[in-house]
Each structure stands twice: as structure tokens, then as C-alpha cells.
Design a protein around this ligand. Sequence first.
Ligand code: ZN
Ligand code: ZN
Length: 118
Amino acid sequence: MGALTRSEGPLSAYTILDRLRDNGFRAPLQVYRALDKLVEFGLVHRLESLNAFVACSHPGCDGDETIAFMICENCGQVNEISDDPLAKRLKQLAGEASFALKKTTIELRGICKACHPA
Ligand SMILES: [Zn+2]
Ligand SMILES: [Zn+2]
């Protein structure tokens, strides 16, 4: 799945499909299945609000833990952040509500440092 890791920002499934067409992946279903596996293993994360996929940028991410992304609305750059206290707090809140938490994805929208007016 080099198409995703080599890319800078998030990619839609359609774009990935397009890039993989030359590498033997022809059927869309094949690509979706491969993406599902990568998401399951935590190698790739799904950005719900963008309906796009991004390669995981921190090792040891198993896909189950709390993951947060800072998404720049100007350049589309996505930064993955992980914060233990935040993850623990959210798990605690879910626990208090007897909510069976499966996974947490936090998406922060805004303008990245590079796009800020100085
Ligand atoms: Zn990750
Ligand atoms: Zn930006």
C-alpha cells in the first residue's frame, strides 16, 4: 500500500484506487478490502469527516486506541497526535456512562502552522 504512505496528505478511496490501478489492483472491492485490513491493523486511519484515509504516523498504533488528528482546512495537511491523559479521560467518561467504547477518533479542524499568517 505504498500509494498511501508515499503521499503527503489524506487520500480518498477513489484516489487510492486510481493510483493502484497500475500496480495490479483493478477491482474497487479489492482496494476497499485491503484498506479495511490496513485500518484494522492500525497502519492506516480513516478520517470520517473527510471520507479519506491517511497513513498512521506513529509506531505501535493498533487502531483501537484513541487517535486524534489536526486537519488543516487550508492545505489539507493532517497531523496525527496521541495523548495518554486525553485517551484515559475519554475512556473514563465512557466507562462512567457504561458506554462500551470501541474506538475514538478525534478530528480537530483548523489552520496549520505553515498556513498561518505570520
Ligand atoms: Zn496511528
Ligand atoms: Zn495548512
